[in-house]
Each structure stands twice: as structure tokens, then as C-alpha cells.
Design a protein. Sequence first.
Length: 279
Amino acid sequence: MIITTPHHTLDLSKRVHVMGILNVTPDSFSDGGRLVTEKDLLKQVESMVNQGADILDIGGESTRPYAEAVEEKEELRRVLPAISAIRKYFTTPISIDTAKAEVARQALEAGANIINDITAFQSDPDMIQVALKHDVPVIIMHMQGTPRTMQVNPSYDDVIGDIKSMLAARIDWAEDQGFSRKKIIIDPGIGFGKTVGHNLTILKHLSEFSALNCPILVGHSRKAFIGALLDIKDPSARDDATSVLSALCVQNGASILRVHDVAKTVHAVRMAEAFIAGQ
């Protein structure tokens, strides 16, 4: 897949791309409340861009486990000023992390370039029309349940097979609406209705999702399963472990890595790519 914006062309087939997370929310699990002013936001963006971020992912509604839903008006109030501020100074492609079609529409008009819908078009059926009208790539994710319920005893008959089937069904649905598979990025949804074991299985067998013929995004950064495995309660202290998993994801076929610490991830990705290319 090639993502084109007014200032950038991202060829996802050439190398792994790094997506920097920008949560403009008061309650995100890792960095909620940190980017409350334009100055703080732009400082973080400048840092991520200088460190090698290929895409910036902006979200105005926390999707951590047990999170409450946010009203559309409030989500717009959070994300639109952030996108506008970034666009004054930076040309880096922006992904809008939302499940609401109207938020996506206004975000794209403000300067965003990609829709990141964790509900895979299921929460708001109008989302596909927004994507079609603006002709932008869409990231669709697998999630069992909702953020409020997803970590209440998640279970699968076959975790890889079940996720592949759901994503395949949503791709088919999008194609039936006239949306091209060539503009769809898939996300198996690490931590979204999964146990520690489920997450490890997904990461180990990530390459199996390539059968869907879409670029694969992995959002593993600072997730709770890392904390559980290593007994690290502070999410920001999980970046080293996240980088190790990032390198493994490169080897297993990831196209985009969605992370908090861009610098460490870029280093991990480049070393993994060099290792794979070595003789």
C-alpha cells in the first residue's frame, strides 16, 4: 500500500513505518492529561518527528479497559484544535483515532490523512461513507466487546483464526460498500479483549494475518500484558520491552508499529531490518 498526502508518500511495502501516539485525553492509560496545552502538544510532536515518526495518531477518546464513552462534541473539542495546531508547523501524515464518522469527517477536513477505527466500521456505519468521500486509507481493528467490557473474561475457540475471520468479514463488507481493499490496514487488536496468552499468540503468529492481503499494524506499546509479564506497574517503564516486541514484529511481517516511544522503536526497527537483510 502507498499512502499519499499533500507532502508525503509512504510505501508500506518498502519498510516498516512508525506511528507516534498522541492522546489528547485526560484518562488514557499511559499518557492521559500530558498534552493539555498547545505548547505541550507541539513539543511532543516536534520530538516525535525529529526521532523519525512516519505518522502521528491523534485520539480524543480513551480506549483503555473499562473506559467510559466520550460524547461527540467533547471528542471534537479535543482533537480538532490539536490537528489544526500540528498542521500549522508540521506536514507529517496524521491518523485520526475515532469510531465516530462526524469526528473523522471534521478531522480529515482539518488536515488528517488516515482514519483509525478500532471498531472496524461497526460502531458508526457512516464511517465508510466518510472514508469513501475523502478517499483515505482506513485502519480497522479487531476487538472483542467494547472498551468497557473487553477485558471481562475474553475467550476464543482459535484466537488467530477467529480474529482473521472477523477482519476478513469486515474487509468484505467494506468492499461491498465500494471501498477498496488496497486502502485497508488491519490491526489484530493487541489488548482489546485478549488475555496475556492471547496477545503472545497473536505476536508469535502475526505473519498469518498477511493472508488477508492488507498491511498489518501492531499496537502493543506499553500494554498491560507487558506489565503483567514483567511486573512493571508504570506503563512508561515498559518502553524497553515494547522495543523488543517491535523488533520481533518486524520479523513477523508488521507494516506499521503504533508506539509511545518513537526513538526506541525506530532504533529497534532499523536493527531488525538490518538483521533480516544480513547475509
